[in-house]
Design a protein around this ligand. Structure first.
Ligand SMILES: [Zn+2]
Length: 499
């Protein structure tokens, strides 16, 4: 009896909804816009897009099509519609310009500065059109949970806790007593079982167990590293061919792509031999070939294998540009910096204490111009040549920024993606390659393509309306007018940091 009563109530309320739907709820018609969808770049034209309940339900080609009844119309006249951008390499818990060990102490000393930053973080990504992010190494799940709870935020996926080899990069950067807590999903190399925490369970640190942890925590990818070190941390232990083979097998059994941090010639050679799915950095370190004016044949043949084997490639040029930014007095003066960064953190970056990382990078403290030239001639010039070579062979580029890759204020959320696009164009990628890398290619690699990555009926309505064409200049990615997140239109200025 009671059940019937409730059923009647339910049927009654559903019927009421069907008879009198709230007008315009979730129905949006973007009219007469130039539709630029990466699966059909040969047939770009004017059209209109119908959004219902957060999804694209119709893409109508042709100009002047009449809007269906009962929709909110957003005129796209003279504008360009692209899928929401995907950045498949971010680290949300890391704060630009604030070191990981400092973060702990400064979280106490300057809590408001850090709090404002995290609060603005999701909006800064949306401000530059990023509606989907992949965090590659979860070190503080609380930050990700808060991000997902923010009223306006991009869709966020992650690779769960990453898989460093015990005492290798990047856990080597944390103090020995803390590193096993910060990177609990470390893998054990039985040949080098020294310096390990007392009482650890070896069964929890096999490649299969570590991949299972990622899967259990909802990860969509597996991140590991090949890095012998730099700066003060050199000759670090690295993953072996046998271990990476086990990682790969376990990950592929679970349908997860394997991503490898590798930015040197020998690391990328290791990654290709290991048949990883994604190389998560460009090759700015040419190892024995460093300083050569042109790509040597040994590197070219490795890049040929990356192309032939369709390995996903994230150039992440902003890693190096973000270090160089410390020596560019104009970087913090860019108007866009104020849009993505709240006042307190910006003020701190402009103070002498906020420039601690510059001092650390500068070493013997030569003039800024000398240091900028070193980056341009060295790692940036080298990664640019690698990108140009891969672009000419139409490699499988994926768009990722590695924001922030170091405690540098030169890697700010959202803005860093825009700058990466400029870098990619400068290095020699075509505008079509850049758009595809940041949409359909990222979506396919991470198996998100049923949801996002193109403007097609059935997909989530994550879209960006631009006032300039991204197929004419990478500058267009700064001309965001409206960002749609699950169909909700957000005017750009609402997303800017307040000052
Ligand atoms: Zn990274």
């Amino acid at each position: 009896m009671k059940l019937c009563f409730f059923l009647a109530l339910l049927v009654c309320s559903v019927a009421a909804l069907a008879v009198a739907p709230p007008k315009d709820a979730g129905r949006i018609w973007i009219s007469d816009v130039t539709i630029i969808s990466p699966e059909s770049l040969d047939s770009i034209g004017i059209g209109s897009v119908l959004i219902e309940d957060g999804r694209i339900v119709r893409v109508q080609r042709g100009a002047g099509v009449r809007a269906p009844a009962g929709v909110s119309v957003i005129s796209g006249k003279g504008r360009f519609l692209i899928p929401g951008l995907i950045d498949s390499h971010v680290h949300l818990a890391s704060v630009p310009g604030v070191g990981p060990t400092q973060l702990f102490t400064q979280r106490k000393a300057l809590p408001e500065m850090i709090r404002q930053y995290y609060e603005q973080l999701p909006r800064s990504y949306l401000y530059f059109g990023y509606t989907t992010l992949v965090d590659l190494a979860v070190v503080d799940r609380g930050v990700l949970d808060n991000f997902r709870r923010a009223p306006l935020h991009p869709d966020l996926y992650d690779c769960g806790p990453s898989l460093p080899v015990a005492n290798g990069y990047p856990m080597s950067f944390a103090p020995p007593d803390a590193r096993f807590q910060v990177f609990p999903n470390w893998i054990l190399d039985p040949e080098h079982a020294t310096g390990l925490p007392a009482g650890y369970d070896p069964a929890k640190h096999t490649p299969a167990a570590a991949v299972a942890t990622v899967k259990a925590e909802g990860g969509i990818c597996v991140k590991t590293y090949f890095e012998r070190g730099f700066g003060r941390d050199r000759n670090l232990p690295v993953i072996t061919p046998a271990l990476i083979a086990q990682v790969r097998q376990a990950a592929h059994n679970d349908g997860l792509p394997v991503m490898m941090h590798a930015n040197s010639f020998d690391a990328q050679k290791f990654a290709v031999d290991a048949q990883v799915d994604v190389i998560a950095h460009g090759m700015w370190n040419w190892g024995e070939f460093d300083g050569r004016p042109e790509l040597p044949p040994e590197i070219k043949s490795l890049l040929d294998r990356i192309v032939a084997e369709k390995i996903g490639y994230q150039p992440t040029i902003q890693v190096m540009q973000g270090l160089r930014a410390n020596f560019d007095p104009e970087y913090l003066q860019r108007p866009a910096v104020r849009k993505v960064l709240p006042a307190k953190l910006l003020a701190w970056f402009q103070s002498p204490q906020g420039k601690w990382f510059k001092k650390e990078l500068a070493g013997d403290n030569p003039p800024d111009a000398v240091l900028r030239a070193r980056y341009d001639r060295g790692p940036i010039g080298q990664v640019d040549q690698v990108v140009a070579y891969l672009a000419a062979k139409n490699a499988r580029f994926l768009f990722g920024t590695d924001t922030p890759s170091a405690p540098t204020y030169g890697n700010l959320p959202g803005l860093n993606g825009y700058l990466e696009m400029q870098d990619l164009q400068h290095a020699g990628m075509s505008l079509q390659q850049i758009l595809r890398a940041a949409t359909i290619e990222n979506a396919r690699m991470f198996h998100l393509d049923p949801q996002v990555g193109t403007i097609e009926a059935g997909k989530v309505a994550n879209l960006v309306l631009l006032s300039k064409s991204p197929l004419e200049s990478a500058d267009a990615y700064a001309s965001v007018v409206t960002v749609f997140v699950h169909g909700q239109p957000i005017e750009r200025e609402i997303l800017a940091a307040s000052h």
